[in-house]
Write a protein that binds this ligand. Structure first.
Ligand code: NAD
Length: 367
């Protein structure tokens, strides 16, 4: 299989963790005989330094000419004096808009070896595997009118959705549920909001197209509680922009560290893959960055763009194996700093575990 991947490593720890993610994708390509090409382009602070803009035109062209975009992180304190539209983060917002993805996928995968890292009890977080599908281009964050009149002391934001906007993201969630444990939880506030009533009715209308998927509705306030009490109950969680933002962040409590979380934004012209964390300027260049969020993001590239589900599972299993063997970067070390590994060492360990499992698979096929 052929895949053209645009790489926007960005700032701070972005290049450090992206390098490890690329090594993993290269290993999968080599073992599987796939043709993955990587084209680097500038985004964020590095682009401001080199070209005077956080998002050069060439970067947009490279991304639109690719099958997938792999982003590290952007943000550099040395540009804090600039106005928001000129800062590194402006590049991030614009590339998301240019690519046009409307379904933000945020997996919440609890690695049992890290159960001590969550404030929740291990028996609560054990084997949690939730996929949040958050609508990304509508709702309160984009609805008009929006303003703040400081003289009258009044502000307004508008939550607005069309049925078509709900249908397109709901279909993605149904299809993903079909490939998983076939359960879809739609989250809303239908007891109060008309927008939520539209979401609920639309999802109910679509149900008959996916008879193998069980659908349930949850009010967002009770969902916030259920997520902490019984997270294993959930498979795919579909929700609108604001609720998805809050609930997917809340689910970070289950997995233990920001450095472990991957994401993908799909449905637009080109899929965009990025770890959830930022550029972490406080640890950039120290070798302390956890590359596992970026490596799990690479697994999402394999799953959603390359359609190589087995390879995606193999990467996730390699991460689980390395963690189970006790290897930790500083952010997940829980006080045992002497035993920590660097960004590069962690990348190498996952690479080795993956190579061994792909090797085993190849020899099995050869028998
Ligand atoms: P951050 O995610 O960069 O860091 C928050 C904390 O988590 C820091 O203590 C950091 O050291 C730690 N951390 C983050 N990722 C880690 C990893 N992989 N391994 C180990 N520790 C990790 O968030 P912030 O400090 O609020 O923002 C820093 C910069 O990143 C800002 O300029 C912000 O605008 C930008 N940012 C970018 C993105 C993105 O590119 N998607 C997202 C969030 C923030």
């Amino acid at each position: 299989m052929k895949l053209k991947i645009a790489v926007l490593a960005g700032d701070g720890i972005g290049p450090e963790v992206t390098r490890e993610a690329i090594q993993i994708l290269k290993a999968v390509a080599e073992f599987g005989g796939h043709d993955f090409t990587f084209t680097e382009a500038l985004l964020g602070g590095v682009a401001i330094t080199a070209e005077g803009t956080p998002i050069p035109k060439a970067t947009i062209a490279t991304c639109l000419d690719s099958d997938a975009v792999l982003l590290g992180a952007v943000g550099d304190n040395k540009f804090n004096h600039l106005t928001p539209d000129k800062r590194p983060e402006a590049g991030l917002l614009q590339i998301r808009q240019e690519l046009g993805g409307f379904a933000n996928l945020r997996p919440c995968l609890a690695f049992n070896a890290l159960s001590e890292n969550s404030p929740l009890r291990p028996e609560v977080t054990k084997d949690v595997d939730i996929l949040f599908v958050r609508e990304l281009l509508g709702g309160l964050y984009f609805g008009q009118p929006r303003w703040w009149n400081k003289e009258t002391g009044e502000a307004i934001n508008t939550m607005r959705y069309t049925k078509a906007e709900v249908v397109r993201v709901a279909r993605i969630a149904f299809e993903l549920a079909q490939k998983r444990r076939k359960k879809l939880t739609q989250v809303d506030k239908a007891n109060v909001l008309e927008c939520s009533q539209l979401w609920r009715a639309t999802v109910d209308e679509l149900k008959s197209d996916y008879p193998d998927v069980t659908v349930e509705h949850q009010l967002v306030d009770s969902m916030a509680i259920h997520l902490m009490n019984t997270p294993r109950h959930f498979d795919v969680v579909l929700t609108e922009n604001l609720f998805g933002d809050i609930l997917s962040d809340e689910s970070g409590v289950i997995t233990g560290s920001l450095g472990m979380l991957p994401s993908a934004t799909i449905g637009g012209k080109v899929n965009l893959y990025e770890p959830v964390h930022g550029s972490a300027p406080d640890i950039a260049g120290t070798g302390k960055a956890n590359p596992l969020g970026a490596i799990l993001t690479a697994a999402m590239v394999l799953r959603h763009s390359a359609k190589l589900e087995d390879a995606a599972l193999a990467v996730e299993a390699a991460v689980a194996e390395v963690l189970a063997a006790g290897h930790r970067t500083a952010d997940i070390a829980r006080g045992n700093a002497a035993a920590t590994v660097t960004t590069k060492q962690m990348g190498k360990l996952v690479h080795e575990a993956l190579a061994q499992s792909l090797d085993r698979e190849q020899s099995l096929h050869g028998v």
